[in-house]
Design a protein around this ligand. Structure first.
Ligand code: APR
Length: 262
């Protein structure tokens, strides 16, 4: 790992001393679980034009086409396991040094890693919803596919095509998630921006609000982003699956030292 050890120690001291630390995660935190991100080379948007597959208009125009992407994504999600970055963030919550994770990811991996407070800013692909209000589990619907039932999946109540419970471009962020996220980024101690290009609004406003209300922004990424040298006070460049465990290990050591009698 090439991350700057001195910066890592400085960030560990801030996190260990913080009581209102928040994580803001994007697709990069799940890349080491085998799920490609969106905008890196080889990312999802290189293979599926978001204009044709990721807008609510595209879904209404041709749901079967959008479902082709979600069926392929679903197979990746089914095979994916939480990686060391997800587990490190769950550990930070256990240590009392992470209040919540605001995630843009829809893969449920933070929850599966044991994180308890996860704000699903862009929804969760484990649920399918219908305009009539019915909610079904994606796993249940997949069993129906396997049994040769209709594709794309239809609502058992009204027959409309079901939609993954994720925020498509042109849709609003769920109100409760938006409200909770905005509360969390007011006057945080540290906001860890992990594996996100921070370019998609309104999620991209969150680190800006955190910074403007006095929070220290730390980005963990494999490359520079819009936050680098602007809102990020610290940048730890390296794979999240390596940087996050190294950071949490240092935080744990600092907390141990503060607890042990001198
Ligand atoms: N460790 C850390 N960062 C990584 C890793 C890794 N192993 N691999 C990739 N990254 C970084 C990339 O450098 C990039 O900055 O993760 C970021 C992923 O950026 P995007 O692909 O833009 O994903 P994200 O920021 O989550 O996109 C936000 O856009 O398309 C919409 O709804 C979609 O939630 C998504 C939103």
């Amino acid at each position: 790992m090439t991350v700057d050890e001195r910066t890592l120690d400085q960030v560990a001291r801030l996190v260990a001393g913080g009581r209102r630390n928040v994580a803001f995660t994007g697709a990069g935190v799940s890349v080491e679980s085998g799920i490609p991100d969106f905008r890196s080379a080889g990312g999802l948007w290189e293979r599926f034009d978001p204009a044709d597959y990721a807008t609510i208009e595209a879904f209404r125009r041709d749901p079967a086409k959008v479902w082709q992407m979600y069926r392929e994504m679903g197979e990746l999600l089914d095979r994916a396991e939480p990686n060391a970055a997800h587990r490190a963030l769950a550990r930070l919550e256990d240590l009392g040094r992470l209040e919540a994770i605001i995630t843009q990811n829809i893969d449920n991996l933070h929850q599966e890693a044991g994180s308890r407070r996860v704000i699903e800013f862009h929804g969760n692909a484990r649920r399918l919803v219908c305009s009539c209000g019915r909610v079904e589990s994606a796993a249940e619907v997949k069993r129906r596919w396997a049994a040769g039932e209709d594709f794309p999946p239809r609502c058992r109540s009204c027959g409309a095509v079901l939609k993954p419970d994720v925020v498509l471009f042109g849709e609003p962020v769920p109100q409760e998630a938006s409200r909770e996220a905005m509360r969390l980024v007011q006057h945080p101690d540290v906001l860890l921006a992990v594996g996100t290009s921070a370019v998609v609004a309104p999620a991209s406003y969150l680190p800006v609000v955190a910074s403007k209300t006095g929070g220290t922004i730390v980005e963990i990424n494999v490359e520079r982003t819009d936050l680098t040298g602007t809102y990020a006070a610290y940048s730890l460049f390296g794979p999240a699956g390596e940087v996050m465990p190294a950071l949490v290990e240092r935080v744990e050591g600092l907390l141990e030292r503060d607890r042990s009698p001198t």
